[in-house]
Design a protein around this ligand. Structure first.
Ligand code: EPU
Length: 428
């Protein structure tokens, strides 16, 4: 087990290249199951979620290679092998194996997904969609069993706008008989990316990126080559970092349109932001004014940037209110930020951040992926050395984090934890 160390308080400068989108990658890879010939995806991030999905595709008989961001999947010999435990439980997005395997084999057994603990994360809308398409879905001893004699298109209204449910229903419906209409669908860019891959594989999908998606089922899907979109959450994390400790940072390989809510909030705080075609420059900011943020579904402020943004607010003048309307318990980073001298109160679904304060280096623990990103930013802002444990969460979603930060001038390194430190962490 390793810990990350950051010697904070130094400005960062230069440019950073954003990797492919994690939340697209984790859907694109399972989507390859639906084809009957090889699919190539370029630009994938080198993160543990991607490696785990590669292993899972191999477990069901896929031939997969992954080198320098390019994954080639030959799905022709895959079988509907049950995946009740093991790696499936390590990541949230293993739920996409349900839609993809149901779509291709009309049956699947998949363990309940794991992932970050952010409050209740039910998958009732996914199941509602599968059932509407004609599947029988049961939950037996921690695994979901799905079977259908035939999948038939249906009109499905999502009671909750969910990225996962929208994509999962798309995966199950593209090879169903007839027309499926998903109403109140999520509109995140990752949904358009998955629809683009499926369309290149021969699927007939209209309206991805709007709240009504129409799918005309086809008998078979074929292989193709696809380039993933850049990760807007990784880009946003570096933009926030640039606002916190940057002296001019260019964020490269980004779609500025995907980050409009963050750009607006940074500008409101007094951060110079200059978007280009596929780059965003964040200038040096001196005094920052605080702002309030409320997380919403896309194109609102993303919940995945709420935690990193909270670290930035500790530098701003005044009291800013951060409200998460998507997750009820995405505040585990707050206690850790307090250890670093932050002045933050949690009231219900809101955190009230009073600033400015000078953060101090401390020993802190990343409880989930974006909490980890928040602590990295705080570590860069803090005086002294910050030690972050719980790196397995950060490694699920941030490709080459140390190398990228090192390139911007940060003093950051990993160290092996001693047996005593591991014991202390496990008992904490
Ligand atoms: N929800 C339901 N029923 C469902 C599905 C969702 O009630 O069937 C509710 C949840 O209770 C929650 C909200 O909808 O309030 C979001 O749910 P969920 O966590 O299921 O969202 P998701 O679609 O699985 C994706 C991203 C998350 C991101 C959210 C919101 C992936 C793999 N994950 O999750 O990403 O926070 O959308 O934008 O795409 C992250 O990257 O750190 C991350 C957590």
């Amino acid at each position: 087990m390793e810990k990350l160390k950051i010697a904070g308080g130094y400005p960062l400068k230069g440019s950073v290249k954003i990797s492919g989108a994690k939340n697209s990658a984790v859907a694109l890879i399972p989507a390859t199951i639906l084809a009957d010939s090889p699919v190539t995806i370029d630009g994938l991030p080198d993160i543990s979620d991607v490696h785990m999905l590669q292993d899972l595709l191999e477990e069901i008989g896929g031939t997969v290679s992954f080198e320098e961001g390019t994954m080639e999947v030959d799905p022709s010999k895959m079988i509907s092998m049950p995946l009740p435990s093991g790696k499936v439980k390590k990541l949230r997005a293993s739920y996409y194996l349900m839609g993809a395997m149901l779509g291709r084999f009309k049956k699947a057994v998949i363990g309940l997904p794991g992932g970050c603990h952010l409050g209740p994360r039910p998958i009732d809308q996914h199941i509602k969609g599968f059932e509407a398409l004609g599947a029988e879905v049961t939950n037996e001893q921690g695994a979901i069993y799905l079977r259908a004699d035939e999948l038939r298109g249906a009109r499905i209204y999502l009671d909750v706008v969910s990225v996962g449910a929208t994509i999962n229903i798309m995966l199950a419906a593209v090879r169903a008989t007839g027309k499926t209409i998903i109403e109140n669908a999520a509109k995140e860019p990752e949904i358009i990316d998955v629809a683009t891959l499926l369309t290149n594989m021969g699927a007939k999908i209209k309206g991805a990126g709007t709240d009504v998606i129409r799918i005309e089922g086809v008998d078979a899907l074929h292989g193709c080559r696809h380039t993933i979109i850049p990760d807007r959450i990784e880009a946003g994390t570096y933009m926030i970092m640039a606002a916190a400790v940057g002296e001019g940072i260019l964020i490269d390989n980004v779609i500025p349109l995907h980050l409009e809510s963050l750009i607006a909030k940074l500008r409101e705080m007094g951060v110079p932001v200059e978007p280009g075609d596929d780059q965003i420059f964040i200038g040096k900011s001196d005094a920052l004014k605080t702002v309030d943020i409320k997380t919403l579904v896309y194109p609102g402020f993303p919940t995945d940037l709420q935690q990193p943004f909270t670290s930035l607010l500790t530098r701003a003048e005044g009291s800013g209110v951060v409200t998460d309307t998507i997750y009820s318990a995405r505040f585990k980073h707050i206690d850790e930020l307090r250890r670093m001298n932050a002045n933050i109160k949690v009231e219900g679904r809101s955190a009230i951040v009073a600033g400015p304060v000078q953060l101090q280096g401390a020993k802190v623990k990343a409880s989930d992926l974006r909490a980890g990103a928040a602590l990295v930013i705080a570590g860069l802002m803090a005086e002294g050395v910050t030690e972050i444990t719980g790196l397995e969460h950060i490694d699920r979603g941030y490709s080459d984090l140390e190398q990228k930060l090192f390139g911007l001038g940060a003093t950051i390194w990993r160290e092996k934890m001693t047996t005593e430190e591991i014991e202390q962490l496990e008992n904490s």
